[in-house]
Write a protein that binds this ligand. Structure first.
Ligand SMILES: *Cc1c(COP(=O)(O)O)cnc(C)c1O
Length: 376
């Protein structure tokens, strides 16, 4: 079976975890702050803008509280979004307002967002589809003009850049995912970025019960260490040294992962370029960099489901992300989203991970061509 996504883990991660076992402290500790520092540098910023948490979805949920979004406020979310984005808005008692997306990139554009802004709009929760940057040069001025917070779901954008800087650093808050299906994986884990360090301080408390001093896990208080003080209520959503040890080793491998993913991307581009019934991913804007999380093709002949089945019967697994939220009845948000409908019905994400061999990529290309000869 050729997987659509797959982690790459090895002896280095095992050795690092062994070291955590031997240290006898598997909870949140030095490795977590080491990882936060590494990631801050990777984003081109300082640690006072960065905080880890246990998963990217926690970042989405917490963004509502941290950005001051209240029940009744409207939050704009592209209908092609991760389910956690929709849930974050609804759990907060806020109103989920969906917008359409670009039919090719599956990213919301400023024009899509502008159409659904009302006086009650408080924030935009953007998704950078597959780590491909949205047009932040148009979205940020629009948000500023209307006084809206910008939250960026960069879950798959671990390597992405926009206009020469790290993706996720334009908006007020952003989050990255290191779950089992992402590029850098550590089981579960996430980094959050805050434009304002004061919000990062607030988040630090919010993600650990609202505790003032961290005696709970740092144990550095000299006396009466059982006493505590809280200044607010909060969740308990932190990384630990086991997952951080994995994350650090994976982080070191990131440039190598990216080289491989880019090679797969280029091989697909080359192998599929002459197929007239296919649209391939668009080239990126100047100054942007992708994380090559998806390789999404679009069928112009309404045969996406047939191709997915054809490949699956030949042991090639593909998928479509992200099922549009307007098609989920429980959200109760109807409306006309023609581009998202087009994307959801015609887009297929091909196998894309750093363990794919050249031969496997060639098999995928050959089978797509074979399908074309028989049915297109
Ligand atoms: C994976 C993913 C998430 C959630 O990440 P977790 O770390 O699993 O909570 C959020 N948004 C997008 C776009 C994702 O792909």
């Amino acid at each position: 079976m050729i997987n659509v996504m797959q982690p790459t883990l090895g002896q280095e991660e095992l050795d690092a975890i062994k070291g955590v076992f031997e240290s006898n402290w598997i909870g949140k500790g030095k490795l977590v702050s080491d990882f936060e520092k590494m990631y801050a540098e990777h984003l081109g910023t300082t640690p006072d803008h960065v905080l880890s948490t246990n998963c990217c979805s926690e970042g989405l949920f917490s963004s509502m509280h941290l950005m001051g979004i209240e029940p009744g406020d409207e939050v704009i979310v592209p209908t092609v979004s991760f389910v956690g984005a929709g849930n974050a808005v609804c759990v907060n008692g806020s109103k989920l307002v969906l917008c359409d997306v670009d039919p090719r990139t599956l990213n919301a554009r400023a024009e899509d967002i502008e159409k659904v802004i009302t006086p009650k709009t408080k924030a935009i929760l953007l998704l950078h589809f597959g780590g491909i940057p949205c047009e932040m040069d148009k979205i940020m001025p629009l948000a500023e003009a209307h006084g809206l917070k910008v939250i960026e779901d960069c879950a798959a954008g671990v390597w992405s850049k926009y206009n020469g800087h790290a993706l996720g650093t334009d908006g007020d808050m952003a989050m990255w995912s290191f779950d089992a299906m992402k590029i850098l994986v550590c089981g579960d884990g996430s980094i959050l970025h805050f434009k304002n360090p004061e919000v990062r301080e607030k988040a630090d408390k919010w993600l650990y019960f609202g505790l003032e001093a961290k005696s709970g896990y740092e144990n550095s208080v000299a006396q009466k260490w059982w006493e505590f003080d809280i200044s607010a209520y909060g969740h308990r959503a932190i990384m630990n040294n086991v997952t951080a040890a994995m994350a650090i080793e994976q982080f070191k491998k990131l440039p190598m992962f990216m080289k491989k993913r880019e090679a797969v991307h280029n091989a697909y581009n080359e192998g599929l370029k002459d197929i007239e019934w296919l649209d391939l991913p668009l080239p990126l804007d100047e100054g942007s960099r992708s994380s090559f999380y998806f390789y999404h093709i679009q069928l112009k002949n309404a045969k996406r489901d047939d191709l997915a089945r054809y490949l699956r019967e030949r042991d090639i697994y593909t998928t479509y992300r992200y099922f549009p939220l307007h098609r989920v009845p429980h959200y109760g948000v109807g409306g006309d989203f023609p581009n998202a409908d087009y994307a959801a019905d015609n887009t297929l994400c091909l196998p894309m991970h750093q363990s794919l061999t050249e031969e496997e990529v060639q098999v995928v290309i050959d089978k797509i061509k074979e399908f074309g000869k028989m049915y297109c």
